[in-house]
Write a protein that binds this ligand. Structure first.
Ligand SMILES: C[S@@+](CC[C@H](N)C(=O)[O-])C[C@H]1O[C@@H](n2cnc3c(N)ncnc32)[C@H](O)[C@@H]1O
Length: 230
């Protein structure tokens, strides 16, 4: 049993049911048309910081997991005009929207986005030079986080980097709001997991090289960059 499998049972986080994915897919499918507003208001600063910290160079093979409505995806395509940029999202409507907008904005780019579950991705080992994943881990059960980190590790080609953005967990008022929202609609909000993140990432076979907090209005985020450990 690997280190990450051993640790999952003792992670002190409120678990989400493993069956939540179907509901998550439905709720994000329904919200695909209005989701860009939330990304613009709360996520865009962290997206900028994540791209800057990632060290992404043009010509790379890039994967974004959980694209949402595609705002970060378009940043990646713009930064990687002679490379290949692939996106995946559990919600078919989000994936379709992401691909359509990127193709319209960057018709010459090699970019596509498909409806794919991050827990089981249809890519060969060592395919990507860079992986980006913003605000997904909050929506996954502990077991699904293990599966997803294993998939990141499998498809990332050394010396590639994994760039993650998480919801920050450092303000009591924001935390209280998030807990209440997550109790009401867990499939949309999930729960904050920032405090456990570095432990998971390390247990998943990554070494963290960059770790910064950002804030947009009242919404805290944390940007992490990590590389695969042999
Ligand atoms: C909070 S949104 C974040 C969207 C975007 N990354 C951003 O930064 O604005 C979470 C996204 O994760 C997707 N998602 C949830 N579970 C997933 C899974 N198992 N595999 C792939 N995507 C998933 C949802 O459909 C949704 O679009």
């Amino acid at each position: 049993m690997s280190r990450i499998d051993e640790q999952v049972s003792v992670w002190p986080i409120a678990g989400l049911p493993a069956t939540l994915a179907q509901r998550t897919r439905r709720v994000y499918d329904r919200l695909a048309a209005v989701y860009p507003l939330s990304t613009m208001l709360f996520h865009s600063r962290a997206h900028r910081a994540a791209l800057a910290a990632s060290g992404l160079r043009d010509g790379a093979s890039v994967l974004e997991v959980a694209t949402g409505s595609g705002e970060m995806f378009r940043r990646l395509v713009r930064a990687n005009p002679s490379g290949t940029t692939v996106g995946v999202d559990l919600s078919p409507n989000m994936a379709a929207r992401t691909e359509r907008a990127a193709r319209k904005r960057f018709p010459a780019a090699r970019a596509c986005c498909q409806a794919v579950d991050a827990r089981h991705m249809p890519f060969r080992a060592d395919t990507f030079d860079a992986i980006f994943c913003c605000y997904l881990l909050e929506l996954l059960s502990a077991q699904d986080i293990v599966l997803t980190l294993k998939e990141f590790r499998r498809v990332l080609r050394p010396p590639g980097r994994l760039t993650l953005v998480l919801i920050g967990q450092n303000g009591p008022v924001f935390n209280g709001f998030y807990q209440a929202a997550g109790t009401l609609v867990p499939a949309f909000w999930g729960r904050q997991v920032e405090h456990q993140a570095t432990e998971w990432i390390t247990a998943g076979g990554f070494a963290i090289s960059y770790d910064r907090a950002t804030r947009q209005i009242f919404y805290p985020s944390r940007v992490l960059v990590a590389g695969k450990v042999d």
